[in-house]
Design a protein around this ligand. Structure first.
Ligand code: AMP
Ligand code: ZN
Ligand code: FE
Ligand code: FE
Length: 283
């Protein structure tokens, strides 16, 4: 039997529905042998996840997913931060989180102007942590009866063409990569297919990001078509980049995505994690 792993998941420390410990137990229940926790812009859930992994016997990989500024957004995963070197980037990460908070206030105000009463307190209650993301807004809008689905919430209000969309202050991709490296982590471009670029443009982008210090790409991803995965694997070879894979599990915030298997046929081999670990050892 092949071992199933998942290198991209979210807990209540950002916009997932399970606590870090619940998520690790869920991964174990689903038969995974390793799981990385990659919350948006925070490592707050990592120690709880590592403790639970030790307790129940599943390998937990510390990770993060940092949002950076790129037509409109590029996400960069970072694996294996060092506890000590993390202190070097704590302040920068606080700034990133402030950018999120400022954006959230703008969304709250705009929704209020549109006659939709939402408060920070309500959002924190939903998020179960201090990190509020757009999926929490979406859930609140559903609860209040303004929309029926998450998708409708993004289409009407929160997405790029929505009435309450605001871009937030974000790091540039190069700064996101540098932040991860400064913390001793391995930077990996998340879900490249979501950038919706053609093969040649992605080819050029990867050359540039590699020069900045990118180590890998998440070529295996829940939402990829077979063709997209094939192209990304080719580009990884061409640019000598590591390959990673993950579901982007968010629990009930993305009901259709299950941990490890994504929409049903995701398959991330353990061997990819071994290569990631070797890269960490040679940093
Ligand atoms: P934030 O970090 O607060 O900007 O929110 C980003 C999260 O919103 C990501 O986890 C995405 O999965 C989710 N998201 C972004 N766009 C959409 C969309 N159009 N429909 C559903 N979820 C989305
Ligand atoms: Zn998310
Ligand atoms: Fe992402
Ligand atoms: Fe994610």
């Amino acid at each position: 039997m092949t071992e199933i792993i998942d290198l991209h998941t979210h807990s209540t420390a950002s916009d997932g529905s399970m606590s870090p410990a619940q998520l690790v137990r869920h991964a174990k229940d689903k038969g995974l042998t390793a799981v990385a926790l990659t919350d948006h812009d925070t490592v707050e859930g990592i120690s709880e996840a590592l403790d639970e992994g030790n307790k129940i016997g599943i390998e937990v990989i510390p990770g993060i997913e940092i949002s950076t500024n790129y037509k409109p957004e590029m996400h960069i995963l970072g694996y294996f931060f060092d506890n000590e070197r993390y202190l070097n980037v704590q302040k920068e990460l606080t700034e990133v989180r402030k950018g999120r908070e400022n954006r959230n206030y703008k969304i709250i105000n705009r929704l209020n102007e549109l006659g939709i009463p939402v408060t920070e307190e309500e959002l924190k209650e939903i998020s179960l942590s201090d990190t509020i993301g757009r999926p929490h807004f979406a859930r609140l809008l559903i609860e209040k009866g303004y929309v029926k689905t998450m998708q409708e919430a993004f289409d009407k209000y929160l997405g790029k063409d929505g009435l309450a969309y605001f871009k937030r202050q974000e790091l540039e991709p190069i700064d996101g990569i540098n932040l991860i490296k400064k913390a001793g982590g391995i930077p990996v471009l998340a879900h490249p297919a979501l950038l919706k670029m053609n093969y040649n443009d992605l080819d050029k982008l990867l050359m540039e990001l590699k020069e900045y210090g990118l180590s890998g790409i998440e070529a295996i991803y829940s939402e990829n078509s077979k063709e997209e995965t094939g192209n990304l694997l080719r580009l990884a070879i061409k640019h000598e980049l590591l390959v990673t894979g993950g579901s982007d599990f968010h629990g009930t915030y993305k009901n259709e995505i299950e941990i490890g298997i994504g929409r049903g046929n995701l398959n991330v081999p353990y061997e990819l994690l071994e290569k990631l670990k070797s890269a960490k050892l040679s940093v």
